[in-house]
Design a protein around this ligand. Structure first.
Ligand code: ADP
Length: 971
């Protein structure tokens, strides 16, 4: 839009400029043309009058010439009559000639053309002019008798120039032609005549005869004199339009353009022309024309420059106007799109303008405000007390005001308005009113109120500190929930001032010892403002939560947490008691285990020894007793193991190491282990496996324990001649279910729920079937610890099927070699390096010593030595460097771990494998032992097979040794 107007204006200015220039140029041209025409007319007129003047002069000249020739004619006649001699004639002629400046010479010729008298000579040289024009016209009578005839100029040898002559006919005393009187016109004469007329330097003046013959010319040009211009058009016109006139000619002899004025010479009919060049005629005109043109050029330049500057100004103005419009539009848009609005009042504080956004923002149109003053639609009392007075005073004093809030009573509803304004003065400094912006803060106020309600409903203290650190707000509940602080929290005080007041009153228990230190700590916490702090008052505990505000202030929340703190303290105490109890229980279990195993070790061990086929065979009944001793001992050991196992698991001491396991291997291993028992009971155990059962993730030892338990139950609670079938199948691809089914008595339905409860035997306690009622409970704990499940189905009288589900191993399978690497030593493998080996057993219990002695005796080529204390054991070891050392851990003075350390430190003994043989078999004890570096960690009572296998493995690590004889027991 602005661009278009600018273009239009520019075009208009250009058009006006062009038109103005055209008018200027054309009027200038017209004026100059008129001037030119005037000049031309003037020039023609002046040339005409010059020509006329010349014509008159010429006429007079010819008058004079004629008069002189008449005198000459009369002299001729008189001389003829009087018979004057030549000298007399000459004298007269000379006299006449002297009185006439026109002629160069005068005289006459006779009828034959011979010169007979001359004013120049008394005795003139012979000259015949019979063939000359003037002679002929007079002789032939072509010319009038008493008229002067002017012939064409002819070349005169005497004067060496073309000369103009005049002549008159002489009569021979009435007898006819008697010659001619003539005179040679002085060429300078005409020049003088022409010069007498005011002319221009390049003017050409010419005297013509009517037939076009050039008689005289100024400037003189002999070549032209005597030539005829007859037939030339202008000649015809001149002759026709005489007596005077003017015409324009181009291309005359000198090629210059000229204006030619002409006039007829009175009396003779000759024509005189005056030719002036345009250049000279109009020199003045062209000078003034050039001068005027210069002015015109200046005027045009001024016009164009003016137009140009006007266009520039227009453009600039339009640009400014466009800028102004744009900035106006910008401000209008801002004003319209803003949620604020803008307003102006007159000097009476009445609204005269509001931006349209007021309607959108506050629901009332701008027009509604017009003519009203702010106070007219306000409800004064609702505002903050004194606020209106301040505001009105502000306006009275013409000061700016900021964020004045008032309630506007509108046509529909009441709105809270916040407004700011500045006074406006005109150029003369006169007050015109106010101008400013407004905002609807109703929602803000409501939100504030809601916030205040929320803050007031907090069941505790809420305090807000401004960025300047001063208390700005405190809720009423603060005094209610923390009454100590009621008188302390004063609006406007800093946190430190409040704290110091509180400390002066000795309200805070925590601060009694060192108030300044506590204050410094507390202020630091307040400054950090990012967490909660417990403050102990005399009667209550208060949790103070501090949080920074966006502006840099701090919100402080205070809650009475006395109850909670007390409860927490009680809980802590309870937990500590429980931990202590737990620790005591673990210690009790460990010592129980040790104390029970040590005698059992002897009981079972010696019982087994007795059963061994040795020299002194037992009687039948002794063998029977011996079996009872061993089986009861083993039963007791199983009971101890189970109870400890269960207790350990329940005490959280179960540590599993799960790994990928092939179900088939595990099952066949378990079935094989139980084989002897099953055979003894006369129960057939069959294993049926689906070919594709995934590997499971489980702890191999614990899974084996569970399987053996289930299998032994299936055998124990079977019927004579019954069977057990073991199988496995995959369920849903995520689990493998192992089933152990028997053909026994089944489980009564009403007691099924008790089966996994410890010590519940479901009536089996009244039978001869041995058991403790713990096995299944342990199974359940173990299976669940391996992420599995255990359950059963039973048909009383027909049999039961126990099952366990284990998760399928999802990780990639191990390579074959690695998987089989841990298969371990088989018990019955032959001893390595049978030959001279020695074994040192350090044990303070003589029963155990004996037992091991007997066991070692069964090994060929192994000599045993023993020591009852650690010190002796070490000395023996260093002296004899045995191939394997077996250590009891519970020794007086120096325990097994210390002995091991000493052995490892000595170069002679550091490589000897050391086995621990101990009654300390709680899982954590075993782990500690292996970590310390024992080759094997074996429990008491001694498991013979395990013991012998461990000895075998240890000896395999030794180099071959020759049999050795001299090796004395240290005891
Ligand atoms: P225990 O066998 O030592 O008594 P368990 O925890 O292994 O203890 O078993 C608990 C009880 O569940 C057993 O006493 C027995 O009454 C019953 N029970 C276990 N397995 C079977 C089974 N296969 N058939 C019948 N009853 C069983």
């Amino acid at each position: 839009m602005p661009g278009r107007t600018t273009h239009q204006t520019t075009r208009q200015i250009l058009v006006a400029t062009v038109v103005g220039a055209a008018v200027l140029v054309s009027s200038f041209g017209l004026y100059q043309w008129q001037r030119y025409q005037e000049e031309l007319t003037q020039a023609e007129r002046s040339l005409r009058s010059t020509a006329s003047l010349l014509a008159e002069h010429t006429a007079r000249t010819f008058e004079v010439a004629k008069a002189v020739l008449r005198v000459v004619v009369n002299l001729h006649d008189e001389a003829a009559e009087q018979g004057y001699d030549r000298h007399t004639v000459h004298g007269f002629l000379k006299t006449v000639h002297g009185g006439s400046p026109v002629f160069k010479a005068i005289g006459w010729v006779d009828a034959t053309g011979n010169r007979t008298a001359s004013s120049l000579f008394a005795d003139p040289p012979p000259l015949n002019v019979a063939d000359q024009e003037q002679f002929r016209v007079h002789r032939d009578g072509t010319a009038a008798a008493d008229q002067v005839y002017v012939p064409a100029p002819v070349f005169s040898n005497l004067l060496n120039a073309k000369i103009l002559s005049v002549s008159m006919r002489l009569n021979d005393r009435g007898r006819g032609f008697g010659g001619i009187a003539g005179g040679v016109v002085d060429p300078d004469y005409f020049t003088g005549v022409f010069r007498g007329v005011e002319t221009r330097p390049s003017d050409v003046m010419t005297l013509f005869r009517r037939d076009g013959m050039i008689l005289a010319r100024q400037p003189t040009d002999d070549a032209l004199l005597g030539t005829s211009l007859a037939g030339r058009r202008f000649m015809t016109e001149i002759v026709a339009s005489a007596p005077t006139g003017a015409f324009h000619a181009w291309g005359l002899s000198d090629g210059a353009e000229r204006i030619i004025g002409y006039a007829t010479v009175p009396g003779s009919g000759f024509i005189v022309t005056v030719a002036s060049t345009y250049r000279e005629l109009f020199a003045e005109f062209w000078r003034s024309f050039a001068f005027a043109s210069g002015h015109l050029g200046l005027a045009l330049f001024a016009l164009v420059a003016g137009a140009w500057s006007l266009i520039r100004q227009t453009r600039r103005r339009d640009q400014l106007a466009a800028d102004l419009r744009r900035s106006e539009a910008r401000f209008r848009d801002l004003a319209e799109s803003s949620s604020d609005w803008f307003w102006e009042t007159d000097d009476q504080n009445r609204f005269i303008w509001l931006s349209a956004s007021v309607e959108q923002a506050s629901g009332v149109s701008p027009e509604w405000h017009y003519g009203k003053s702010r106070i007219d639609f306000s409800d004064q009392p609702q505002s903050v007390p004194g606020a209106w007075d301040n505001h009105l005073r502000c306006i009275e004093e013409r000061r700016p005001f900021q964020d004045f809030e008032y309630l506007r009573r509108g046509p529909n509803d009441d709105r809270w308005i916040r407004t700011s304004g500045v006074p406006v003065f005109d150029e003369t400094g006169r007050y015109r009113g106010y101008r400013g912006s407004g905002r609807d803060v109703t929602e803000l106020r409501r939100a504030e109120e809601r916030l205040r309600d929320a803050v007031e409903s907090i069941p505790g203290g809420f305090l807000m500190f401004n960025p300047d650190g001063r208390l700005a707000y405190v809720n009423a509940n603060s005094a209610k929930y923390v009454p100590e602080m009621a008188a302390m929290d004063r609006i406007g005080d800093t946190f430190e001032e409040i704290l110091r007041r509180t400390l002066a009153e000795r309200l805070i228990h925590d601060a009694h010892d060192d108030p300044e230190a506590w204050l410094a700590w507390r202020l630091e916490r307040h400054r950090a403002a990012n967490g909660s702090t417990l403050v102990h008052y005399e009667k209550r505990v208060v949790e103070v939560v501090e949080h920074p505000t966006r502006e840099g202030g701090v919100i402080v929340l205070r809650f009475d947490v006395t109850e909670r703190e007390r409860a927490q303290e009680a809980t802590l105490a309870a937990r500590e008691a429980a931990d202590n109890a737990n620790r005591a229980k673990s210690e009790f279990l460990a010592s129980m285990s040790h104390e029970l195993r040590t005698p059992l070790n002897a009981v079972i061990g010696f019982g087994q020894l007795l059963q061994m086929p040795r020299g002194n065979a037992l009687s039948q009944s002794q063998q029977e007793y011996c079996r009872h001793i061993v089986s009861s001992g083993q039963h007791l050991l199983a009971l101890v193991d189970d109870v400890l196992d269960l207790a350990g698991i329940e005490a959280g001491q179960l540590k599993l190491s799960t790994e990928r396991m092939a179900v088939a291997d595990t099952l066949s291993g378990a079935v094989e282990s139980i084989g002897a028992v099953a055979a003894k009971a006369g129960i057939a155990v069959e294993l049926s496996l689906e070919t594709t059962v995934s590997d499971v993730r489980a702890d191999s030892q614990r899974l084996r324990q569970v399987l053996l338990n289930l299998l032994s139950n299936a055998i124990k609670y079977n019927r004579p001649g019954g069977s057990v079938s073991v199988s496995a199948r995959e369920i849903e691809g995520t689990r493998v279910r192992i089933l152990v089914a028997d053909t026994g008595r089944g489980i009564p339905e009403d007691r099924a729920s008790e089966i996994f409860t410890p010590f519940q035997r479901l009536g089996a306690e009244f039978t001869t079937i041995e058991g403790t009622g713990i096995g299944l409970s342990v199974c359940k704990l173990l299976v669940e610890a391996m992420d599995g499940r255990i359950g059963f189905e039973s048909e009383p009288g027909r049999g039961s099927t126990f099952w366990i589900d284990l998760p399928v191993e999802t990780a990639a399978a191990l390579p074959e070699a690695a998987a089989s690497a841990g298969s371990g030593t088989t018990i019955n493998a032959p001893l390595a390096n049978a030959g001279g080996y020695s074994l040192l057993y350090v044990e303070d219990n003589p029963l155990n010593l004996r037992l091991v002695e007997y066991l070692v005796e069964t090994l060929p080529d192994v000599t045993m030595h023993s020591a009852a204390s650690g010190q002796v054991g070490l000395e023996l070891a260093r002296a004899h460097r045995p191939d394997v050392i077996v250590l009891d851990l519970n020794l007086p003075e120096m325990n097994g771990f210390e002995i091991l350390e000493q052995l490892r430190m000595h170069p002679d003994t550091k490589d000897i494998p050391v086995l621990a043989l101990t009654a300390s078999v709680m899982p954590n004890e075993v782990n500690d032992g292996l970590a310390a570096g024992f080759f094997r960690y074996l429990g008491k009572p001694i498991n013979f097979d395990q013991f012998l296998a461990a000895i075998d493995a240890a000896l395999r690590t030794r180099p071959v040794k020759p049999p050795e004889g001299g090796y004395q027991a240290a005891s």
